[in-house]
Design a protein. Structure first.
Length: 295
């Protein structure tokens, strides 16, 4: 019995440390929705899965577009002469949240889709970027700059009580938070300047660590719609970035692409049937949509 238990332990360690082939996703099967000049990155599904936000960068200027799946059309939402970066949907449905350096520092703003008026998301003295919302508009999670430590960390802000809380305190800084829809679990990247790589950690909504994935480099994390699986980009098997996923308990590490083509910013549609992801084409970064079923 002890021998069987030992073999089970060895097998589980192998599965954790090595990626296995998961549901395959081939770049040639994707639909390029942004055959336009510039680099298109940071796609974000609307809550109903009918629209896709993304950022387009041309000559160092960032604009926000929304792609409508029903009529296969992309519309520019930002006509003003400053950068609109890292767009996300506001849970209320009538606003988009983004960050910009329009006043000299990175800060979070909201764009009213009815009036196209731009206002600060909140009024706190903190550099901020990379907003993430659950399905609730009460709190936002974001990357904030700690002036005392000179590091970017993960913060939350409560709009009801005007509370600003730092959730992480990592000696090299943190970035790219993604809160799951239930508002209880956050995945983010921990920065390692020694080898210029990042790895993932999951914390709860008040900053308590749950699990760290430190056996492989990983970045651009996002939750699957079920809340069990995290999708991310990694170079763990070669020098080219590929798409992977792992369960939040550290099991079921899977590799999904094998094209040796640079990819970035994977996001799954709310119903789990489509994947949007940036792909480096011959010209620049474009956003592709793939048929994909989360298992």
């Amino acid at each position: 019995m002890r021998s069987i238990a030992n073999w089970r332990l060895i097998i589980s360690l192998i599965l954790y440390s090595c990626s296995v082939y998961g549901q395959p996703l081939s770049i040639v099967d994707g639909n390029n929705i942004t055959k336009m000049q510039g680099d298109e990155l940071f796609a974000e599904w609307s809550y109903d899965g009918k629209n896709l936000l993304f950022q387009s960068v041309i000559n160092d200027e960032s604009r926000i577009y929304v792609y409508r799946l029903d009529d296969d059309n992309a519309v520019c939402l930002s006509k003003l002469k400053y950068n609109f970066r890292n767009p996300v949907w506001h849970p209320d449905g009538d606003k988009i949240v983004f960050d910009s350096d329009k006043d000299g520092i990175d800060y979070l703003y909201k764009l009213d889709l009815n009036t196209l008026e731009v206002r600060p998301l909140f009024h706190r003295n903190i550099k901020s970027r990379n907003a993430s919302f659950s399905t609730s508009s009460r709190q936002v999670y974001f990357n904030g700059y700690d002036e005392l430590t000179n590091r970017w960390e993960i913060y939350s802000y409560d709009f009801v009580y005007n509370n600003l809380n730092r959730l992480t305190e990592y000696r090299f800084g943190s970035c790219n938070p993604d809160i799951y829809n239930n508002g209880k679990q956050i995945v983010y990247c921990k920065i390692n300047p020694a080898d210029n790589k990042k790895n993932l950690e999951v914390i709860n909504w008040y900053g308590e660590p749950k699990i760290e994935f430190d056996k492989f480099p990983a970045y651009h994390p996002s939750w699957g719609p079920s809340g069990f699986k995290i999708f991310f980009i990694s170079t763990m098997d070669n020098e080219i970035s590929e798409l992977y996923s792992i369960w939040k308990d550290g099991s079921h590490l899977e590799r999904h692409t094998h094209d040796s083509i640079w990819v970035a910013n994977p996001v799954i549609s709310p119903d789990g049937t489509k994947m949007a992801m940036s792909v480096l084409t011959d010209e620049d970064w474009d956003i592709f949509i793939f048929n994909f079923a989360e298992k």
